[in-house]
Structure formats: C-alpha cells, structure tokens
Design a protein around this ligand. Structure first.
Ligand code: MN
Length: 194
C-alpha cells in the first residue's frame, strides 16, 4: 500500500520568523514527499511488509526479511518518512506545554534550561547530517542523543519524544552556516516545552 505523510498541521508561513515559509514549503513538499515516494518504492517489492505501519517496521528492522540493499534504503527513506512526521508534529505556532514531560525533564536534567543546553550542545556539534533526539527508553527514562542520517530511535527500542532536524536542508535557506541561530530559534516553535 502507499503510505502518505501526515498533513502539515499549519500553513507554510505559520512558524515565521523562526522557520521561514520557503524552507517549510521545500522541506515538506519536496524532501518529505521524496522520502515517502522512495520508501513506497522500496516497500512495493515486499507487499506483505508494505501493509504494515513504517514505524512498526523500523522497530523490528534488524529482523525484516529484505535484501540488504533494500533494507538500507528502507532505513534511510522510511526513517525520513517517520522522522519528519514527528518533526512537524512537535512544532506549532502556539505553545501547548506538556506539564508531565516538563516535570520529567526537570527531574532528569535538573531543569528545562539545563536540558536545552545539553540538547543544543549535541545539535550544534552533530557532524554531517542527522537529527538530535529526546527519547524515552523502555525503562521510562529520558535520554538525549544524536543519530546520523535518517536513523530512527525506534530501531533502538526507544520512543521518540522530540526531535530536531539538523540536516542543512532544514535551515540553510534562512540561516546558511549559522546552525546555532537555527537551533535557538527553533525552541520558539517547539510546542510542548516552554
Ligand atoms: Mn529534513
């Protein structure tokens, strides 16, 4: 079956000035749709797998019965499909603070500012293309780390909570090489954390 990306839950210009409309349009309409198309193309060779939710496939990616080249394509494009669905969802023009999450962040990292400092440090130093993640482990603990390319925490049995796309396509039109500015601006449009 053909999997479709989520509908963008706001207009392309809704996150201005922090994330500019042109970047949103290209990122969603070209990059994300491209990942979806390429993921569907790979899965079309495996009709049984294509019926399953890509998130579920990523959770058990090691044991999937796929040709190794196709499996790597699925990790790349399926990861891109799933990661961007989450990325759009954690952002919005208005804050909708998740008090339970904030409480757990305070408990784990000593405060929201301390958490952001740690997250920003990771995002700022990620080499190459990848994402910075806040995840929940199977034991219910919060962790932050970077993953390269489109690799998903789902494949490490972790539940993604919050993520920042640090690929250059996510910020280069507006911020060029000023990645720290992009990271700082992004927190203004993260819904669940003040
Ligand atoms: Mn992206």
């Amino acid at each position: 079956m053909e999997h479709k990306t989520i509908e963008l839950p706001y207009s392309f210009d809704a996150l201005e000035p922090h994330i500019d409309a042109k970047t949103m349009e290209v990122h969603y309409s070209k990059h994300h749709q491209g990942y979806a198309a390429k993921m569907n193309e790979v899965l079309a060779k495996y009709p049984n797998l294509s019926e399953e939710d890509p998130e579920e496939l990523l959770k058990k990616v090691d044991s999937l019965d796929m040709d190794s080249v196709d499996k790597q394509k699925f990790i790349n494009f399926g990861g891109g499909f799933v990661n961007h669905n989450l990325f759009w969802s954690v952002m919005g023009p208005e804050k909708q603070i998740d008090e339970d999450l904030v409480a757990q962040i305070e408990k784990t990292f000593g405060g929201v500012d301390e958490f952001k400092e740690k997250f920003n440090g990771l995002a700022g130093t990620l080499f190459g293309s990848g994402w910075t993640w806040l995840v929940k482990t199977p034991e219910g603990e919060l962790e932050v780390y970077n993953l390269p390319n489109q690799d998903s925490p789902l494949s490490k049995s972790h539940t993604p909570i919050l993520t920042l796309d640090v690929w250059e396509h996510a910020y280069y039109l507006k911020y060029q090489n000023r990645r720290p500015e992009y990271i700082d601006a992004w927190w203004n449009v993260v819904k669940m954390i003040p």
